[in-house]
Ligand binder design. Structure first.
Ligand SMILES: [Zn+2]
Length: 676
């Protein structure tokens, strides 16, 4: 036993100051062994299987491994280095092997199934029923009920699928890296912001080339499409971007797409589902492909007329400005940006002085206080993994401990981009002792400079509220079992707490609490707030139709029997028909680079983005009706959603909060797509 390894000793809070990088691998290896022996004890028990000695034991097994893993993987995102990354590569296969071994453990499944089969005779709480169902499905959805040879078939499919997804991703990456647009004539840079040009010059220098180089990476591609005046060059970039995995060469992904869709279908059939989408949606709020399909179509019907109007307006604008006759895909971002500037003339620099980071943090804490009675007190008694991290004790109105909250706001080398919420420890109750959660948010906000404090863009403000909404889901959790606690919910439900909180950023009553000029203390002028609101709805019809088109393309591959599909592009064009606005580009194909669904975990799940918006708009409408700081609605939201985690089906929880199922009208109204 490596007893001097701080990770293997008992600790209340992550003992960052004592942890050395070399502690991780032995700690994880040993924690896996410990978890394995706990699992073995459950599987080999000779007593009759019961909920307590099987399901509950299984739930609480691997506690040490969870704590060590959370520290390790959170650091690998927020404060990593080459050594940590190397360890991650080494331990990841060990961890997936460990998880696979559990799922394939026949003796264990026999006991889980024995409990599951008598579930109606057992006197279980609702939460226990959910846990039993979840544990059972973890096995059955991986083939535990199948005869041996079918199980082997399933393993073979899984093996092929993971190889194909990997290859799909590698091809997209290679295609992205392969292309560069080199410009040597300065006139071709017309329209591009100075700082952006400088970056492109830097890229060229780093490649020992002349002039400026633009690539298909988002930070290069997106501004180029938005600002480059030269239409031919925009066309060149757009076509290169849209043709990833579609060149008929060794990096082509068409075969991969067809094979992945077909194997997923076969896998679903083996497990007794109609299609892959039926399989996936069994564990989603939306439940069935039929429901997702009618959801997407209902929104399309409402959004399409608005989108067509916006498209016509954009085309007219481009005609007036540059005599463009037919608006093409490579004109979209460029003229949209110009039109937006003309209509709103709103730039970040005007807003930023009102959003000093410290004021916005105070604001989000005040909002949480008014809604849920929470208090945040900065503490120096908890160890941090970096001096920039802030730590807070969170208490309720009675002074009772609610959570420990870490906040890590600014970029630095070793932190990945973006913003996210995570936990160092979940909330749960074990042996009647309540454990409160350790929740963290990590962001990459503009840093203070010598002359200015950290001033956030409005986008950063909503990001902070978003992540803080996730954090509230974690902090206010009040369940027994950790795997059902806080944000451990179906993933078309997980964005409700985060997105709903963003709404407060647009409300006068909330903004006047914190949006004050950092020099003069003057409150943000309401006409600016109105402008922010209006501009956030700019081209909302077209944006909606675009999102719907991706959701529909996703379903077109996964909610059907794909056996007879041979032509990826033809199939895709058919799927896009109802959402089409721009002329088709024959050289381009979306599916061959649609990493969300063919590489990542979003297959049959792309609709979730819009689904979550419908939920958050519908939920916020309830707050608006009763007042955005209504204690009554906040209590309902806390008691039925935030504290309940995944203990019940999300639709049940939602209806208990709202009194009815979510309706798309609130979103359509907020987005200006139907009359208020
Ligand atoms: Zn989120």
């Amino acid at each position: 036993m490596s007893t001097n390894n701080p990770l293997l000793q008992d600790f209340k809070f992550a003992p960052f100051s004592k942890i050395e990088t070399e502690h991780f691998k032995p700690a994880i290896t040993e924690a896996i062994q410990l978890a394995k022996s706990e699992i073995e004890n459950i599987a080999s028990a000779e007593t009759e299987p019961t909920f307590e000695n099987t399901i509950e034991e299984l739930e609480f097994s691997g506690e040490k491994l969870d704590r060590v893993n959370s520290i390790f993987f959170n650091l690998n995102s927020a404060e990593t280095n080459a050594e940590i990354q190397k360890i991650a590569q080494e331990v990841s296969p060990l961890l997936s092997e460990f998880r696979n071994d559990i799922i394939l453990n026949e003796a264990l499944f026999k006991r889980v199934k024995a409990v599951y089969d008598q579930k109606d005779q057992l006197d279980l709480t609702t939460e226990q029923k959910t846990l039993l169902d979840k544990k059972y499905k973890a096995f059955s959805r991986n083939g535990a009920n199948l005869p041996k040879e079918k199980q082997e078939e399933l393993r073979e499919i899984d093996k092929q699928l993971s190889a194909l997804s990997l290859n799909f991703g590698e091809n997209v990456l290679a295609e992205t890296n392969k292309f560069e647009l080199q410009i040597t004539n300065e006139e071709d840079l017309d329209g591009l912001p100075e700082s952006f040009k400088e970056e492109a010059k830097g890229v060229a220098e780093s490649r020992d080339k002349e002039g400026w180089i633009f690539t298909l990476d988002y930070p290069s591609y997106i501004p180029f499409m938005k600002y480059a005046k030269n239409r031919e060059l925009r066309k060149k970039m757009a076509i290169a971007f849209g043709a990833k995995g579609f060149h008929g060469d060794e990096l082509d992904n068409q075969e991969n797409v067809l094979k992945i869709a077909k194997l997923r279908y076969q896998r679903a059939q083996l497990l007794g589902f109609d299609t892959h989408a039926h399989f996936v949606l069994q564990e989603r709020m939306a439940e069935t492909p039929e429901k997702v399909d009618s959801f997407l179509n209902e929104l399309l019907e409402k959004a399409k007329p608005a989108a067509e109007k916006e498209f016509a307006a954009l085309e007219k604008f481009a005609k007036e400005l540059d005599n463009i006759d037919r608006l093409e895909k490579w004109d979209s971002a460029y003229y949209s940006e110009k039109l937006k500037q003309k209509l709103f003339n709103l730039d970040d620099e005007k807003l930023k002085p009102y959003f000093k980071l410290e004021n916005v943090i105070d604001g989000v804490f005040t909002v949480a206080g008014k809604l849920y009675g929470l208090q945040f007190n900065e503490t120096s008694e908890v160890e941090k993994y970096h001096p920039d991290v802030k730590t807070y004790n969170v208490t309720d109105e009675n002074g009772k401990d609610v959570a420990l909250f870490y906040a890590d706001f600014h970029p630095r080398p070793g932190k990945r981009g973006g913003a996210w919420m995570t936990e160092y420890k979940s909330q749960y109750i074990k042996n009647e002792k309540e454990e409160r959660p350790h929740v963290s948010i990590v962001c990459n906000f503009t840093k203070p400079t010598k002359s200015e404090p950290s001033l956030l863009t409005f986008n950063e403000v909503t990001t902070l509220f978003h992540e803080f909404g996730h954090a509230l889901h974690g902090m206010l959790a009040n369940t027994v079992y950790p795997s059902l606690s806080g944000p451990n919910v179906y993933w078309d439900f997980v964005e409700l707490p985060s997105q709903v909180l963003e709404n407060w950023c647009y409300e006068k009553e909330a903004l006047q609490l914190f949006a004050k000029h950092y020099k003069t203390g003057e409150a943000i002028p309401m006409e600016l707030v109105e402008k922010i609101k209006e501009s956030s709805n700019f081209q909302e019809g077209m944006q909606t139709v675009r999102q719907l088109s991706f959701g529909m393309l996703d379903l077109s591959w996964h909610a059907i029997d794909p056996t007879d599909i041979n032509d990826v592009k033809a199939h895709e064009n058919k799927a896009f028909e109802p959402t089409k606005l721009y002329p088709d580009v024959p050289e381009n194909c979306m599916s061959t680079a649609f990493s969300h669904i063919f590489q990542g975990g979003y297959s049959a799940g792309y609709y979730s983005y819009k689904w979550a918006e419908v939920l958050d708009a519908d939920a916020f409408e309830y707050f608006s009706e009763k007042g955005i700081f209504s204690k009554e609605v906040a209590d309902k939201f806390k008691n039925n959603i935030l504290s309940m985690g995944g203990t019940e089906h999300p639709m049940t929880l939602y209806k208990r909060f709202r009194g009815k199922e979510p309706q798309p009208e609130a979103l359509l109204k907020r987005a200006g797509l139907i009359e208020k």
